[in-house]
Design a protein around this ligand. Structure first.
Ligand SMILES: [Fe+2]
Ligand SMILES: [Fe+2]
Length: 158
C-alpha cells in the first residue's frame, strides 16, 4: 500500500481534508472525512472480492480516499464529483499511479454520485460502498435526511 501511503501524505490532499473537517465541524448530517473514506474503501474492497471484480486494493482505496475531496475546495463552483475527479487526475500520478489507473479512478469518482454504472466496475463498487457505509439505523438526523427510505441502511450489511 505504498502508493496509498504516499497519497495520504500528499500536501494538497491533507489540505483539502483539513478544509472538509473545518467546514463540517458541528455538522449533524453525514460527514466526509477520513472515517467515511476508509469505510467506503473497505466496503468497496469487500464488494470487489465478493464479486471477483479483480481490482487492485490500492486502486480501490485511491478511488475511495479521493471521491469526496472536492468538498474541501473553498472557491469551487462545480459539484464535488467533478472537482474530486479533477483533483484525482492531478495527484494520482504523483502518488505513482499510471495513466490508465488514474483515468479509471477519476472516471469512477466522477460517476460516484449516481447509480447506473456497469455492474462490477470500479464506479459501481464506489457508488454502492458510498451508500452502504452510512449508519442510518442509528442516525439522529434520520427524519431530516433527504435520502429516500429505500436507500437508507436499516441494518448493517457490511
Ligand atoms: Fe460524494
Ligand atoms: Fe462519500
Amino acid at each position: 500500500m505504498e502508493r496509498i501511503d504516499s497519497l495520504m501524505k500528499h500536501q494538497a490532499y491533507l489540505q483539502l481534508m483539513d478544509h472538509i473537517a473545518a467546514k463540517e465541524r458541528g455538522r449533524r448530517f453525514c460527514r466526509h472525512g477520513l472515517d467515511h473514506s476508509l469505510d467506503v474503501a473497505r466496503i468497496a474492497h469487500i464488494l470487489n472480492l465478493e464479486g471477483s471484480c479483480g481490482y487492485a486494493r490500492d486502486v480501490i482505496y485511491a478511488a475511495a480516499l479521493l471521491h469526496d475531496v472536492g468538498r474541501g475546495l473553498l472557491d469551487a463552483t462545480e459539484p464535488h464529483h467533478i472537482t474530486s475527479a479533477a483533483f484525482a487526475r492531478r495527484v494520482l500520478p504523483e502518488a505513482g499511479f499510471d495513466t490508465c489507473e488514474t483515468e479509471e479512478i477519476a472516471k469512477a469518482i466522477f460517476a460516484h454520485h449516481e447509480a447506473g454504472s456497469e455492474p462490477g466496475s470500479l464506479a459501481d463498487l464506489l457508488f454502492r460502498a458510498d451508500k452502504l457505509s452510512r449508519r442510518c439505523f442509528e442516525c439522529e438526523m434520520y427524519e431530516e435526511c433527504y435520502w429516500p427510505e429505500d436507500r437508507k441502511n436499516h441494518v448493517v450489511s457490511y
